[in-house]
Design a protein around this ligand. Structure first.
Ligand code: GDP
Length: 305
């Protein structure tokens, strides 16, 4: 909770000062305040659709109650945001969990280069290992040599095995080898990195579909999770990437990174609302421990307290 507060510090400070400005000199929530509030939400990267949804709901309450004090606005906003997050993020987990009866538990990680994909895989491997699980990494982003090297560095750092081939090899073949090796070693968790090129939607879709199909030859119901990593500091780009990847493959959960470096943590609210995909992890720093299991209650608390 402490790291989360610190990670979201910029978001919180900025959101509060903007909200205070939005209601300055007003005692009731009127058109002006609503307009200002709309700006505050959009500038915090909540996204247009989700912002309008929140504004609509507050308008409804103003219409119903006739008068709505600006002091209450904070409380109501908090309720509305909690409500929106609850629609998608049911879990209240605070621990890094491996589902029972999935062995190995296979996570396929997708996302464009630079968003923090490798770092997130390293941090996840660290947490799962710390929790006593046997972890294997698969370097199926074979498009860039740097991607394989970076993953190797994380594997060494965490102390987990990695399965890789040379650059340019078939990602599906790496995924296949990784799962076979994991099964042989009786591993608990497998995390597969994949290439994050978005230059061609059809290629991306074909590649991810092939990787999945080949994995299923070893573990019938793999991957158990497709984790899309998004850079929380890139606002509209993150929305755009979520759109592209959800069109290319079935994304089951999200990791939103770099929330420590942005005042726009609202992106977490907008993306989970718009794409109806739960946020499973959030990145709040570059360190190995700076990944948290997303908990909607803690998040809203950090946002507002
Ligand atoms: P990839 O290309 O998607 O695999 O990205 P990397 O994992 O190599 O990360 C790109 C940069 O973002 C690196 O400098 C990371 O240290 C940094 N990074 C990753 N996650 C976070 C985070 O949660 N917070 C901050 N501040 N930096 C991060």
């Amino acid at each position: 909770k402490e790291t989360l507060d610190k990670g979201l510090e910029q978001t919180k400070t900025s959101f509060f000062s903007k909200l205070t400005k939005a209601v300055a000199g007003k005692s009731t929530v009127d058109e002006d305040v609503l307009d200002n509030l709309e700006e505050v939400l959009i500038s915090s990267d909540v996204g247009v659709k989700t912002t309008l949804k929140i504004i609509d709901r507050i308008e409804e309450r103003v219409a119903r109650d006739k008068y709505l004090g600006t002091d209450e606005l904070n409380k109501i906003l908090r309720e509305e945001i909690s409500g929106l997050l609850s629609e998608t993020n049911s879990g209240e987990a605070t621990e890094f969990e491996v589902p029972v009866n999935k062995k190995p538990y296979v996570i396929m990680v997708v996302g464009v280069n630079g968003v923090g994909k490798t770092t997130t895989i390293g941090k996840l491997a660290y947490q799962f290992k710390k929790a006593g699980h046997k972890v294997v990494l698969g370097a199926a982003d074979t498009f860039r040599a740097a991607a394989i090297d970076q993953l190797q560095i994380w594997a060494d750092r965490v102390g987990v095995p990695i399965v890789k081939q040379q650059m340019g090899s078939d990602p599906a073949s790496v995924a296949f080898d990784t799962l076979q090796s994991a099964v042989t070693q009786n591993a608990d968790v497998v995390i597969i990195d994949t290439a994050g090129r978005l230059h061609n939607k059809v290629n991306l879709m074909n590649e991810l579909t092939k990787v999945k199909r080949v994995m299923q030859k070893v573990v019938g119901d793999a991957p158990h999770d497709v984790l899309l990593v998004l850079d929380g500091s890139t606002g509209q780009n993150a929305f755009e990437q979520a759109r592209e990847f959800t069109a290319a493959t079935e994304v089951s959960c999200l990791a939103v990174t770099k929330l420590d470096g942005t005042a726009k943590g609202g992106v977490v609210i907008g993306i989970s609302d718009q794409f109806k995909i739960p946020v499973k992890y959030i990145g709040v720093g570059e360190g190995i421990e700076d990944l948290q299991v997303f908990n909607k209650y803690e998040f809203v608390d950090s946002f507002f307290n």
